[in-house]
Design a protein around this ligand. Structure first.
Ligand code: FAD
Length: 263
């Protein structure tokens, strides 16, 4: 079985600052990491590999050449192959152009794999749009927000999916794309041996031509949307804390605040 896992290199969002004048993110000097949700997706692939013999896991990322670091981490955690889609033509891509590049890259790297796994969202862009758009471009179904693989065979799987406080049990025949939620499994540290092995791993680099992309559908020319400005949202209002175990007392305090506001 072939599994492709889409992994994204993201800046540590807890360290990133915003240039208020330019309305852009200040990425300089900020450490890059493997998107945590993509790590859950990769771990899901590793759990499936344990159950289905002859499973190959290919991780694919679109990013600059230094995205090699996230491929290395993925290989240390259990991926068999890694591909970086890297070309200036990809710069400025919005979600649709990103999904197009990834769909082309997947087809070149492993045809249409039985399973494609993605994180539920990237912690920087945060749109959660790329997986659905990739599935649509490949013409395959998607199950979002999975929390558990209930069972998997060589032809199909059944999963638990959770959204809007509802839990669904869904089955699909392959091929299928899944997005993986936090808490669906445990993130883990690679062993020292695996980390050393991954350090000498050389990922396959594909440019736009290698991936079979139409350049017009990439970057700014292939992006129907634009980020005009990024504005930090200032916290509004004050937070009131009541240090009391008495619920009645708390409710009466809230009542007082609300009646003050109505005056
Ligand atoms: P999500 O959809 O939240 O990611 C979900 C999952 O999809 C990830 O967990 C991962 O599995 C997969 N995935 C997403 N991106 C990748 C990837 N690159 N490689 C592998 N897997 C991936 N960025 C720029 O650098 N320059 C721009 O000019 C620019 N313009 C933009 C304009 C708009 C309107 C928008 C919405 C975004 C723009 N971006 C730009 C950001 C860029 O499009 C996003 O980084 C990219 O589309 C991924 O979206 P996301 O981060 O929201 O991923």
């Amino acid at each position: 079985m072939n599994i492709a896992v889409l992994i994204k290199q993201v800046p540590r969002t807890d360290k990133i600052k915003i240039d208020k004048e330019k309305g852009t993110l200040i990425r300089k000097g900020v450490e890059s990491i493997l998107n945590p949700y993509c790590e859950y997706a990769l771990e899901t692939a590793c759990l499936i590999k344990k159950q289905i013999k002859n499973t190959k896991i290919t991780v694919i990322t679109m990013g600059p050449p230094n995205a090699k670091a996230v491929i290395e981490r993925a290989v240390a955690l259990g991926a068999d192959e890694g591909v970086i889609l890297s070309d200036r033509a990809f710069a400025g891509s919005d979600c649709r152009a990103t999904a197009y590049a990834l769909a082309c890259g997947i087809k070149k790297a492993c045809g249409i794999p039985e399973i494609i796994l993605c994180g539920r969202q990237a912690i920087d862009g945060d749109t959660a749009q790329v997986p659905g758009e990739t599935a649509q471009m490949l013409g395959i179904p998607m199950i979002p927000y999975i929390t558990e693989i209930i069972n998997v065979s060589e032809r199909s799987l059944t999963v638990k999916s959770e959204f809007d406080n509802k839990e669904l049990v869904l089955s699909a025949e392959f091929p299928v794309l899944l997005t993986v939620r936090k808490g669906s499994n445990n993130r883990r540290m690679p062993s020292l041996n695996d980390a050393f092995r991954a350090f000498s791993y050389e990922p396959k680099i594909m440019n736009a031509e290698d991936a079979g992309c139409d350049r017009e559908k990439l970057g700014l020319s292939g992006s129907p949307t634009r980020v005009v400005k990024i504005v930090p949202v200032a916290a509004k209002g004050n937070c009131h804390f009541f240090d009391s175990a008495d619920c009645e007392e708390g409710l009466s305090e809230i009542g007082k605040i609300l009646s003050e506001k109505q005056k």
